[in-house]
Ligand binder design. Sequence first.
Ligand code: 7PJ
Length: 272
Amino acid sequence: MSRLTISPDLRVMGVVNTTPDSFSDGGQFECFESALDHSKRLIEAGADILDIGGESTRPGARPVEEAEERERTIPLIQAIREISNIPISIDTNKPGVMRAAVDAGANLINSIWALRLPGSLEAAAELGVPVCLMHMQGTPETMQQNPVYDDVVAEVKDFLASRIDAALDAGIPQEHIIADPGFGFGKTIEHNLTLLRSLGELRQLGVPILAGMSRKGMIGTILNKPVEQRLYGSLSVAVMAAMLGADILRVHDVAETVDALAMVKALGRVSS
Ligand code: 7PJ
């Protein structure tokens, strides 16, 4: 019996940041034109989904006004829709941005707050699109100060189960729900590694699992490398997550990850 769990429907979500202070892109894609160029490159590189974000969630980041978040994301979604029908995810927690984004052609709501902020669960249910519910301990301002768990896997799993229940109660169907342990969001490196090892357990939640570790601090700490030198580390953890049962990998380096995951997929076909 194979001890691997490889999703038959492994997908790559490419990150498109439109924030000047994003902790992985460093403002590189600040203006509309470069974000659109970047999106085109990710589509050509084989992304299955694009995740468009207009609010920085880096540790210590300050919240963004809704008008500014809309200005950063909505014209970009409209422009991508003119050239491609690739599924678009909007990384937001504001009901107004969710509505405008879906109206402009977004197909998925990615909520690092797991739709806990006022009005967001109702808005997502009303919009009728799939949602990604992510675990976070604390808030982006303070989450990395001193994260503490008794049992990180059990606590993340219980939290996600309760948010799945809340989504179901609000009328979001199960087949529209994705769960995410939220690597780096109120977690030490040990917490992140424990969650990665136990990713398979999260599959018991009964919904697809999204994992986002690309270029994150856990890689930087282990390799002692700055963000622009974390490609090989990011590919390694993407492959590990895929072999442990993740369904969607949220990454910056799409072309490289698509190749790495093609190898995992091939293995999945042999072992199944
Ligand atoms: C995640 C995210 C993640 C989901 C960010 C970064 C930080 N959304 N948004 N999961 N991370 N669902 O990309 O480094 O892990 S922003």
